[in-house]
Design a protein around this ligand. Sequence first.
Ligand code: PRP
Ligand code: URA
Length: 205
Amino acid sequence: MLNVLDHPLAAHIITHLRDKTTKPATFRTLAYQISMLLAIEATANVETSAKEIETPLERMTGRELAHETLVVVPILRAGLGMVQPFSDLFPDVSVGYIGLERDHATAVARSYYCKLPPLSNRHVFLVDPMLATGGSAVQALTIVKEQGAKNPTLVCIVAAPEGVAEVEKHHPGTPIHTAALDRQLNDRKYILPGLGDFGDRLYGT
Ligand code: PRP
Ligand code: URA
């Protein structure tokens, strides 16, 4: 269920995100732009309902979004950089938070925060820019499913094949949207070629 964004603008943005000379202010703008493209792609199947309207010329039946069914859940901290496009496009979206942090020595993610709105019968989008070993995504998917989410969608910016395989192993059939599928992980579990530590580059830490 992997969907890799294929658009010249996405390729342009991801190249500048990867560039190590890109400064945090520009990095944040680029993160917003790529997340906007991903948000549009990832929501291609959300529900709409019929709406009768009158154009200046005649009556017609249009479609409108059922906004209230959407929930976006960033994995803190880097996932926060992907939330704004969802709330700009879908003003009624609910936002939940899952705090996970990888141990620098083991690359195993530790949970430190969780605050979620009701998830049953809602379309849940987990957003986290980097899918590396997949440990964080697998934990987050387990948490949102325990809270009632059915078939949550994972949205990331750069994915490693190892992370995609890990998600598929533990949560088969999960829709995954990414702007780039990279080559591999290095021995410190960073994505190659990747873009480095997303959270550090986003927040200048
Ligand atoms: C990064 C990233 C993901 C995770 C991916 O977060 O934002 O959450 O690593 O790695 P994984 O697939 O191997 O689990 P990090 O733990 O560095 O925390 P941060 O967002 O606070 O920087
Ligand atoms: N987290 C990041 O921010 N970057 C990686 O390459 C892997 C995990």
